[in-house]
Design a protein around this ligand. Structure first.
Ligand SMILES: N[C@@H](CCC(=O)N[C@@H](CS)C(=O)NCC(=O)O)C(=O)O
Length: 201
C-alpha cells in the first residue's frame, strides 16, 4: 500500500503514530503536498478532494479521510484502538473533537498564508480560533479521564491536534488555564511514536 504523505500534515501524523504504535508494516510513503489553490495532481488522481492522507491499495479503491484510514488499519492490524462497547463512541467523539481542532487550525493557516492580504477576514479567523478554544476546553473539562484511560485512537488524535497547535499556533498558548490537558500532553508527547513524528518546518 502507498500512503500519500507529508511530514507537516497532522492528519497524516495520526496515521504515522498508529503505524508505529501498532507495528504495521507494508506501507510505502509517497511525498505529497497541495492546497486548495495549488492541488497536487498525484493526490487528485487518487482523492478527488485533493487531500492527504490517502492510502492507495492494490485490492480496492484508495482510502481517504484520515478516520477511514485509521479504522481500516485498526481492523487490518487487530490493534483494537477503537475499543468495544460504549467506550467506542467516546473514543470516536474525542477523535472527532481533535480532528475538528485541526480543521479550524488549518483553515487559519490557509487564510493567513494563501489568501491575498487585502481579502483576509480577521473576524472569520477569530471564529475559527473560538472553535479550537471551545474544543480544547472540553478536552480539559469533559474528556480528561478518557485521555488518561486505555490507549486509543482518540488519544492519538488529540496528541496530534495539540502538537499541531504548538507547531502552527504557538502564540495562542492553548495550555493557558488547562493544567490537566497540559500534563496529559507532556506525558503523551514522550511516546517514541510521537517523538519520531514531530513536524518540522
Ligand atoms: N478530513 C480530512 C482532512 C485532510 C486535510 O485537510 N489534509 C490537508 C493537509 S494537512 C490537505 O491535504 N489539504 C489540501 C487541500 O485542502 O486542498 C482527513 O481527515 O483526512
Amino acid at each position: 500500500m502507498k500512503l500519500y504523505h507529508s511530514i507537516t500534515s497532522p492528519y497524516v501524523r495520526k496515521i504515522d503514530v498508529q503505524i508505529a504504535e501498532c507495528g504495521i508494516t507494508g506501507i510505502e510513503r509517497v511525498s505529497a503536498s497541495g492546497t486548495p489553490v495549488a492541488p497536487d495532481d498525484a493526490v487528485i488522481a487518487r482523492n478527488p478532494l485533493g487531500k492527504i492522507p490517502a492510502l492507495e491499495r492494490e485490492d480496492g479503491p484508495t482510502l481517504y479521510d484520515s478516520r477511514v484510514i485509521t479504522q481500516f488499519l485498526d481492523e487490518m492490524s487487530g490493534a483494537g484502538l477503537y475499543s468495544k462497547g460504549p467506550r467506542r463512541w467516546d473514543t470516536m467523539v474525542v477523535e472527532a473533537t481533535a480532528d475538528g481542532i485541526l480543521d479550524a487550525a488549518i483553515l487559519i493557516v490557509y487564510e493567513t498564508r494563501i489568501r491575498p492580504e487585502d481579502k483576509r477576514f480577521p473576524a472569520w479567523v477569530e471564529g475559527q480560533w473560538a472553535k479550537i478554544d471551545r474544543a480544547v476546553e472540553v478536552l480539559e473539562t469533559r474528556w480528561i479521564d478518557h485521555l488518561n484511560g486505555p490507549f486509543d485512537m482518540g488519544q492519538i488524535a488529540v496528541g496530534c491536534a495539540l502538537g499541531y497547535l504548538d507547531f502552527r499556533h504557538a502564540s495562542r498558548n492553548w495550555r493557558k488555564g488547562r493544567p490537566k490537558l497540559t500534563a496529559w500532553e507532556a506525558a503523551f508527547a514522550k511516546r517514541p511514536s510521537m517523538i519520531a513524528t514531530v513536524p518540522t518546518a
